[in-house]
Design a protein around this ligand. Structure first.
Ligand code: ADP
Ligand code: MG
Length: 742
């Protein structure tokens, strides 16, 4: 392998690149990919390989076969498409034994990339169209044809590889040059220690590290490339789990006040008057939480349960347990609408137990406070005073409900014992960090994070791997199904008319309806964005249409984020009223402000306008606003997206199931996970290259087990210095490590 083991010039993984590839190339690599060190470059893995060892003759191609061919461009042409925007680009190539068409759909300039006489490698699956064999959107690697430019020199070397690596490249640096730089680095690399302990690596039959680094870039065969990837993928999962294990250990080293007291008996009293019998899942999760609360280190628990599974009740019971134990509880909601609703819901659930200081309040009633950003200065001062402990005679604030406003340092608690964060997916890591400031006495509050977006097991083991997880896996009894239909606005005008009729029928039967639009349309957010999206349904426009002619005899309310807080509150209050009430609303036309948490059990039908504009999880959340009562519900997703488009497929998938876990997995596959450690969004490079959180469950589970083995005997990694070094490095890079903050 030409490794310079004894060479004093040999480089280490953490060395800067300049000495290996030259300053100019190093600069381009840094600017294009954020590559600084040899390690960074060697973890710029090929996306795939073109197998030069198994090249096919053009004369012998068979339809359906996956092939790599080396050929020369004969001609390239672009024809505008009739049905859609863009061009069909057809490139004819030959290798002397036959001809083949390469077909691309896209902008016209693609054709200009194929100069007649240029040669390249093309890889794809052979199909036959009009009796011509073709590759559609083949992977392609064009040869540089200059005589002695840098690209050609690089290519002359790389082209000898049996498996040609295809790297993510840019206009500034070609695949050839990247491959060449990688080759230089591999050749100059001094001996590298394997970060994986033998007792982990050997039983799993994982290739050694040095070999894997070499073969992922220069594999002798496809099978070797695969084994190299497996090894390095395991490393990613292993390091990730190691960091998480250390975080968990660090949580355990913090102190909190145990909250298991029963001085006021308020939880017992509540259970006695609560209108609901707990579901078995609520019961189980409840005891997991109370065990945590009784410990002397902070609870750090994620409570996940599908929409409507009854998380609020579980949270309330946890808060009451803490209040019994002498502490206060804070409930953080993502929006003011939801904070207001939580305040109303908790007040209603608690009944006389929630009316502290009032004549009809129980002797042990708890005080509930709502703190929002839109309060007047005087109101705010009063509320803050009660949160701080109040002056004699005022009711104490036991449960404080609010939005981000609760996180400001000006909010001083008498004795904060528990923080509950509702609908975590709207909350960033940094906000979580702010929640975990130490209290005056150095202890931390217990933390319960609730999410309605079901989290696939692998995500729970990665993004949330430092939290303990409780799952509510059953809905309260008597829930009725929600049926979902996709309605194509232009293709199905009769369905559209029928949809509005259905809304009318539901309301006539005493139920309520939501109409959700992707934008407000009040002209304020104007500018380019609003103009570009102006063909999408807006709240302002839809409510006008509904009032004027779609549902002229119904009582219509409008809700969106830019309304004044008291108006929002009033609209929500009226929409929640029984429809026999004089100022009740029948239909709520809104933006996605209702996406999370809003709970109006009488709502049985929802129309989502331009539903293709929303993501899978978002649609699932929106849909969760209906089907909360005892009547069957209906969700109608309107769309203008064309019949066979990916958007339509996504909508069909959402219509086909109400299983939140299934949809969460689908959502995960649809987008890049980004960096699950929450590390390094700015500047640093992501730590996951090969591991796919959606697809690599077995690797993640295995790695977690391996980490347990190591940490069990050596929690501080004293006898694993290389691992220690890697983990320390990663932790240093963490942008928002809430354990180190405050
Ligand atoms: P989510 O988990 O989406 O936050 P909620 O807490 O809003 O769900 O509960 C959904 C609905 O189910 C609410 O109307 C709530 O009062 C009701 N609910 C909660 N627990 C039970 C139960 N054990 N039995 C019956 N209904 C319940
Ligand atoms: Mg909720």
């Amino acid at each position: 392998m030409g490794r310079l083991r004894e060479n004093p010039d040999a480089v280490n993984l953490d060395d800067a690149l300049g000495a290996v590839v030259g300053g100019k190339t190093a600069k381009v690599l840094m600017e294009s990919f954020g590559i600084h060190t040899v390690r960074d470059l060697l973890s710029h893995y090929p996306r795939r390989y073109l197998n030069r060892g198994e090249m096919s003759d053009l004369g012998s191609l068979v339809a359906g076969e996956h092939v790599t061919v080396f050929a020369e461009v004969v001609s390239a042409s672009a024809v505008p498409m009739r049905q859609r925007k863009g061009h069909r680009i057809e490139v004819v190539v030959t290798d002397g034994t036959g001809f083949l068409s390469l077909v691309f759909f896209g902008p016209k300039w693609i054709a200009d990339q194929f100069k007649s006489g240029a040669r390249g490698l093309f890889d794809g699956t052979v199909s036959v169209f009009n009796r011509t064999r073709q590759l559609t959107h083949p992977t392609r690697l064009m040869l540089a044809e200059g005589v002695d430019d840098a690209d050609s020199q690089a290519q002359a070397k790389i082209f000898k590889y049996r498996m040609v690596p295809i790297y993510p490249a840019t206009a500034r640096i070609s695949v050839w040059r990247i491959a060449q730089s990688v080759g230089l680095a591999l050749d100059a690399l001094s001996e590298v220690d394997d970060p994986l302990p033998e007792n982990i690596r050997v039983p799993r039959d994982l290739m050694d590290y040095e070999q894997a680094l070499d073969w992922i870039h220069r594999p002798p065969s496809e099978a070797d490339a695969l084994r190299a990837r497996q090894r390095l993928k395991f490393d990613e999962a292993f390091i990730l789990q190691l960091v998480l294990a250390q975080r968990r250990a660090q949580w355990r080293s913090l102190t909190a006040t145990p909250r298991a007291g029963t001085t006021r008996g308020v939880l017992t009293d509540f259970d006695a008057v609560s209108p609901f019998a707990l579901t078995a899942a609520q019961e189980r999760v409840g005891s997991e939480i109370s065990a945590d609360l009784a410990a002397a280190h902070p609870m750090h628990r994620l409570l996940q349960g599908d929409v409507g599974s009854g998380k609020t009740l579980v949270a309330l019971r946890a808060m009451l347990a803490v209040i019994e134990g002498g502490g206060q509880a804070a409930l953080i909601a993502p929006t003011e609408v939801l904070a207001q609703q939580h305040a109303a819901t908790l007040t209603a659930l608690l009944g006389s137990l929630g009316r502290a200081g009032m004549l009809d309040g129980s002797h042990n009633a708890v005080g509930i406070e709502l703190l929002t950003g839109s309060m007047s200065a005087a109101q705010r001062r009063d509320v803050l005073e009660r949160i701080r402990g109040g002056s004699a005679g005022t009711a104490p604030a036991d449960i404080v409900i609010g939005t981000h406003a609760l996180l400001e340092p000006t909010v001083v608690f008498r004795e904060l014992g528990l923080v509950v964060v509702d609908e975590q997916h709207r909350f960033g890591v940094e906000q979580r960090a702010a929640l975990n400031r130490p209290l005056a006495d150095g202890t931390r509050p217990h933390l319960l994070v609730m999410t309605a977006t079901p989290i696939p097991r692998t995500v729970a083991m990665t993004s949330f791997g430092d939290l303990s997880v409780s799952v509510i896996d059953e809905l309260p009894h008597g829930r009725q199904p929600i049926s979902t239909h996709v309605i194509a606005e232009s293709e199905q005008p009769r369905h559209v008319r029928r949809a509005w009729q259905r809304v009318h029928e539901e309301v006539t039967a005493g139920n309520k309806a939501y109409v959700v639009c992707p934008r407000i349309g009040d002209g304020i957010s104007a500018g380019a964005e609003e103009a570009a999206e102006s063909e999408l349904a807006s709240v302002v426009e839809m409510s006008g249409q509904i009032i004027d002619f779609l549902l002229p005899d119904l009582r219509i309310g409008v809700l969106h984020g830019r309304l004044p807080a008291d108006e929002k509150r009033d609209v929500m209050r009226r929409f929640a009223l029984d429809s026999t009430a004089t100022d009740a609303l029948d239909v709520l036309v809104s933006t996605t402000v209702i996406e999370v948490g809003v709970d109006v059990p009488a709502a049985t039908v929802m129309i989502i306008m331009d539903a293709d504009r929303f993501g899978v999880s978002q649609l699932h959340q929106l849909r969760g606003r209906v089907g909360r009562g005892s009547a069957p519900s209906l969700c109608l997703m309107f769309t203008k997206a064309p019949a066979d488009s990916p958007s339509r497929e996504r909508l069909s998938a959402v219509a086909a199931t109400t299983d939140g876990f299934e949809l969460a997995l689908l959502d995960l596959r649809n987008r890049r996970e980004g960096d699950v450690l929450g590390v390094s969004q700015s500047g640093h490079r992501s730590s996951l290259r090969l591991l796919e959180v959606a697809d690599d469950e077995d690797v993640i589970v295995d790695a977690r087990q391996a980490v347990d083995e190591v940490v069990h005997t050596d929690p501080d990694l004293t006898s694993h210095p290389i691992l220690r070094h890697i983990v320390d490095d990663l932790r240093r890079d963490e942008r928002a490590d809430f354990l180190h903050k405050g």
